[in-house]
Design a protein. Structure first.
Lengths: 486, 53
């Protein structure tokens, strides 16, 4: 009997655990270690943040689902990984610390045969002074609790607008190295839709602030789309959406500090500016969750398993190439750690070889460029691919993973949907294939023009609503869940 | 140059393409959008199958 430990119960970790159990059955143990009691369909947090959904609509309790699937569930966080065991016992283990189940603070050693790191990000609010809902002056939609708080604050702004007062709303990224521009963009579109539908737009000044050098970059260097007989860049597409809605934009911005009512930022031209605001939602930068690695003699080997940003080393090319030398081949295929063949990382937890967007610095040397997005659809595909590889490795008793989930060979969809019912909603639907430009395969634009597209309309809103219910159905492991693609 | 590029004549947003009434109508027209729903789903299914290995 083999034991597979999955660290993290988010989209990628939960998907991996589901497929592992389905393929391996009762003969092997699958253990999920996650500090959370609930699973969260994070893309729908946006709707919680504007009051179209309650947090109960985007979450469910993990324990009953894991009990039904015969997956062991430990409500705990990983503290350290011991890939070579301890002293003369070379059985690898993870030191965990409970966050629930009546054992809060207790530590335990969990032995494993295979380990999947799917811990997701640490929300690094402290990297920018004054951002974040707990100790700062801005709200967030990164968790369901944050989104619920954001809605309460947003309600205050609605009341202000209703009283006939003007308000400035700033949505975007809270640091020069942020990712997840898609979430900020979707929240922005929803805020605009809500204010417009309430007839309050003439009093609201809505502004998007981003570390993208130009609109439409989305952390993937932008994309080319077929539109009206032309091949146009997503910059044109995004600027059109903003101009139509009279939303202002500030690009190439690194938010340095947020005071109550004022956001201070530096732009690529080196100028330091500030803007007054009444309501701000700024996405924080991400890092790894801070797990350490320890050798069997007690020495720290964290640098062998993790990059300095806390993300796990996998089969990527980390040689630090110049931008002009970046290649689709730099991106990991199997997500296996090169030193320990029984360790994998999926979703946000793996260390990307470099950015996807062109790296930029301000004239003062401040890095202002998006880091690569790897949430949602790609993270679920990685979870499934790694689960299938581990099943093969167990069944064939070898160390070579057969399944791949490479970001330069897989696509992604982003649907930024607004509206509360099936008739008056709208959405910006975008897909790209592949996520990382593959100029070896698509020399002109780096992506397939038939599978990369963007359009606006009610249809996207239907798709987003359908996806919300389908993915929650799948995550609850209801009948035939495995037929629903990632 | 205005720091906050909001749509005003002669500023940058003025040069962004904006949809005509027919485009705005079709975006909300249920019949046309049902057709687009089918087409977008077909594209997404193709993308999903091409992404899985």
């Amino acid at each position: 009997m083999k034991t597979i430990a999955v660290l993290g119960g988010g989209v990628s970790g939960h998907t991996a655990a589901q497929f592992l159990k389905r393929k391996l059955g009762k003969n092997h143990r699958v253990i999920v270690v996650t500090p959370n009691a609930k699973w969260n369909w994070i893309p729908s947090n946006i709707w919680v943040g504007i009051g179209e959904m309650k947090k109960e609509d985007v979450t469910f309790e993990l324990a009953p689902v894991y009990k039904k699937m015969n997956i062991e569930y430990l409500q705990a966080k990983a503290v350290s990984i011991h890939p070579n065991g301890q002293d003369k016992d070379n059985s690898p283990y993870v030191k965990i610390e409970y966050t629930g189940q009546g054992k809060v603070g207790q530590q335990e050693e969990l032995k494993y045969d295979y380990l999947i790191n799917a811990t997701g990000p640490k929300l690094n609010f402290h990297k920018t002074e004054g951002i974040g809902p707990e100790h700062g002056n801005t709200v967030s939609v990164c968790t369901y609790d944050h989104a619920e708080h954001a809605f309460k604050e947003f309600n205050g702004i609605i009341e202000k607008l209703r009283r006939g007062e003007e308000a400035t709303i700033v949505i975007g990224t809270g640091h020069g190295t942020c990712t997840c521009q898609g979430a900020a963009f979707e929240y922005l579109m929803n805020i605009d839709h809500k204010i417009t539908s309430l007839g309050l737009k003439d009093k609201a000044n809505i502004i998007y602030i981003t570390n993208e050098a130009r609109l439409g970059d989305f952390g993937v260097g932008g994309m080319h789309l077929k539109k009206g007989g032309y091949i146009t860049h997503s910059k044109v597409f995004a600027e059109s959406l903003f101009a139509e809605r009279e939303i202002g934009w500030i690009t190439g911005a690194h938010v340095e500090k947020v005071e109550k009512g004022t956001i201070h930022f530096e732009q690529l031209d080196g100028q330091k500016r500030s803007i007054n605001y009444d309501f701000g939602m700024l996405i924080p930068p991400f890092s790894g969750v801070g797990i350490t690695a320890v050798d069997n003699d007690g020495s720290d080997i964290t640098e062998k398993l993790f990059k300095p940003n806390g993300f796990m080393i996998v089969d990527a090319d980390y040689t630090g190439k110049e931008y002009k030398d970046w290649s689709a081949k730099d991106w990991p295929q199997t997500l296996q750690n090169p030193e320990w063949s029984n360790i994998f990382a999926v979703g946000i937890a793996f260390a990307p070889p470099h950015a996807i967007s062109e790296p930029r610095k301000s004239v003062n040397g401040t890095p202002i460029a998006p880091t690569p997005p790897r949430t949602g659809m790609p993270s679920a595909m990685m979870g499934k691919a790694v689960a299938l590889s581990i099943c093969d490795m167990i069944k064939n008793n070898n160390t070579t993973p057969r399944h791949t989930a490479c970001m330069s060979e897989m696509g992604a969809a982003c649907v930024a949907s607004t509206g509360s019912n099936l008739i008056n909603g709208s959405a910006v639907s975008m897909t790209m294939f592949p996520i990382v430009q593959n100029f070896e395969k698509y020399p002109e634009h780096g992506r397939s023009l038939s599978l990369t597209f963007g359009e606006v309309g009610l249809a996207g809103h239907w798709i987003k609503t359908l996806l919300h219910y389908l993915f929650i159905y799948k995550a609850k492991a209801k009948p035939l869940w495995w037929l629903i693609p990632e | 140059m205005s720091l906050i590029r909001k749509e005003r004549p002669y500023e940058k947003a003025e040069f962004a393409p904006k949809p005509t009434w027919i485009v705005r109508f079709l975006r909300q027209n249920v019949l046309f959008q049902f057709y687009r729903f089918i087409m977008i789903n077909i594209k997404m299914i193709k993308l999903i199958f091409k992404s899985h290995k």
